[in-house]
Structure formats: C-alpha cells, structure tokens
Design a protein around this ligand. Structure first.
Ligand SMILES: [Zn+2]
Length: 320
C-alpha cells in the first residue's frame, strides 16, 4: 500500500476528472469530457510518477473519447478500467479512515518539526549578550574628502593614517549606475585594537573595526556626493558603540552584524513555521476529503459492479 501514499495526489487529481463518468456507468451516450488539466506543480515534486498501470488508466481518461461506445465488449473493458480507478479511490478513503494512516502520520511529523522550530525560536530569543570591549575616543583627525574623481577619503586615527580611493572602471563610467568601490589603500585596524583588550576578543574587535572603518569612509564619500556636512569631531569610539539590542559592537552607522544575522534567522524560522502550518492544514484537509467521499465511492462501486455483472451476462447470452 505504500505507493498509494506516495502517488496519491497525482492519481487523486487525475482520476477526479473522470469520477462523474463512473457514476453513470450505463449512460454511454453521454460524451465524456477530457480531464481538465490540473496545475498541481506546487504540490507534486516533478520526479514523482504514477505507477505504470495507473498511468494507463489516467491516459485513457485524458484521451478525448469517441462519442459513443456501442460495442458491449468495449463498454465492458471501459467499465473494468473505471472499476480499477474507483477501487483506488476506495483504498485511499479506507486508508484515510484507519487509525494508523499516512495523513495522520505526516501531520504528527509536521507537528514535531514545528516543535523544533519553536525551540529554535526560543533559543534565538534567549541568546546571551554579545561580547563587548570599549575602544577609547581617539579623535578621527585630518578628515579630507577630495572633490575630484576618483574620490579619495583620507583621515588619521593616531597613530594610523588611512587612505581610501574609488576604483573606477573608466570604460563604463558613463553608464555606471552603482557607485564605484571604495578601496582602502593605506591603514590598518590592528593598531587601533586597545592593548588591554581580552585575548579572546582581539580578533573579533580587529575585524569589527576594519569593517566599521570601511563603513565610515564610504559614508564620508556619500556625504560629499550628496553635499551633506561631514561629521564634527568623530572619534574611534564612534566606530564601535555598544549595540542597544545585543550589547555587541555596532558600526559607524549604528548597524550590528550580530543583530542582522539574528533577524535573518528569525525571519527564516517564521517562514518555516508558516510552511509547516500550511502543509499540516493541507494534509488534514485531504484526509477529511477522502473519508468524506468514501460512502459515495462505495455506492458507485456497487452500482458499477451490478452493471458489469449485467453486461457480462448479456455477453455470455449473446455468445451462446
Ligand atoms: Zn546587536
């Protein structure tokens, strides 16, 4: 029965279109509409295939059928195919009704997965404060932003001199929409790391200051281009203020890499939670639909069996 679980959606949809046909097995005069194409691309992975015997049945149903099948043998063959499809419906319905069924099992797995997501959310929200160590308010002096292109940004944070220059792609300058990259040509953040910084934080602070220096230089260039005033008396401490949220280092613009990462993770978990909720609702809906249809399917199958038997007797009679 395991393949039933796996392919059920394709088969369900494909056969649904022909379901009405099965309700009136004796009314062969009614033209049978070809199955409406169903866009289930969002639900069915492209690799999933129907088992061969079901493909044949679905294929038969999708084919525009001749208006009228008058040959009793042909009618009988078609009814037997219909019967196979209805048996499949019946199996699915009975499976859905059973205590231990794939839909309930999947719902339970999805609930477990949601529990994991909730745990991750709690862990994220109760994350400990980020490590922090202050840097002294050493003045950022000699700030100079050139008026000519390529723009150059220079400043000094004792004892280190910094020099940034735009890297222009002259050939594309005329069409370029994005600002050219500002490259640091001189200066290192390493001498700016206070000597008394705890060993465990030195690398992190070095890397933060290096990033924040680049942010500062870019901001100076942008202010020049936007004809905004340059900051008054900026200091090294402005490059590493404590983040109000997590307590770690924020950059010159007040942005915190740790908080940005946490926000991204929070968003990912929220989306995952929603996806699991949607999927669980779909499973429950499908289980409900299958069990709800079961009495009708049983009745139709019984009707079809009577009809098949009648036709078989008729054919037997004709043969004698
Ligand atoms: Zn933060």
């Amino acid at each position: 029965m395991s393949w039933l679980q796996f392919w059920k959606r394709d088969t369900e949809r494909a056969l649904q279109a022909g379901a009405e046909e099965a309700t009136t097995p004796d009314d062969e005069a009614a033209p049978i509409a070809p199955a409406t194409p169903v866009d289930n691309s969002t639900l069915v992975p492209p690799t999933r295939r129907l088992p061969p015997h079901m493909q044949k049945i679905v294929g038969e149903r999708r084919r525009p059928v001749e208006m009228r099948v008058t040959d009793p043998k042909q009618r009988l063959a078609r009814m037997r195919q219909q019967r196979l499809a209805m048996t499949f419906d019946l199996d699915q319905g009975e499976l859905a009704e059973a205590d231990d069924n794939p839909w309930t099992n999947r719902i339970s797995l999805l609930t477990d997965a949601m529990g994991t997501v909730h745990d991750d959310q709690l862990t994220l929200r109760s994350a400990p404060k980020s490590p922090y160590f202050p840097v002294p308010p050493v003045p950022i002096s000699g700030l100079n932003v050139s008026d000519t292109q390529p723009i150059e940004v220079a400043f000094k944070i004792a004892p280190e001199m910094f020099d940034y220059q735009e890297e222009l792609d002259w050939a594309e300058r005329g069409h370029q929409m994005a600002l050219p990259e500002l490259i640091r040509r001189d200066g290192s953040a390493l001498p700016l790391v206070p000597v008394d910084t705890p060993m465990a934080l030195r690398d992190a602070l070095h890397s933060h200051l290096s990033h924040s220096l680049d942010v500062f230089a870019s901001d100076m260039r942008d202010r020049r281009l936007d004809e905004e005033a340059l900051p008054v008396a900026p200091t090294l401490a402005d490059l590493a203020p404590p983040c109000a949220e997590c307590g770690g280092w924020a950059d010159w613009k007040g942005r915190c890499a740790t908080c940005a990462m946490r926000a991204g993770e929070e968003l990912r978990l929220r989306r995952e939670e929603q996806r699991l909720l949607d999927e669980r609702a779909r499973e429950a809906e499908e289980r409900h639909r299958l069990t709800e249809r079961l009495p009708i399917t049983r009745r139709r199958l019984a009707d079809l069996d009577i009809e098949i038997e009648r036709l078989e007797r008729e054919l037997q009679h004709t043969a004698q």
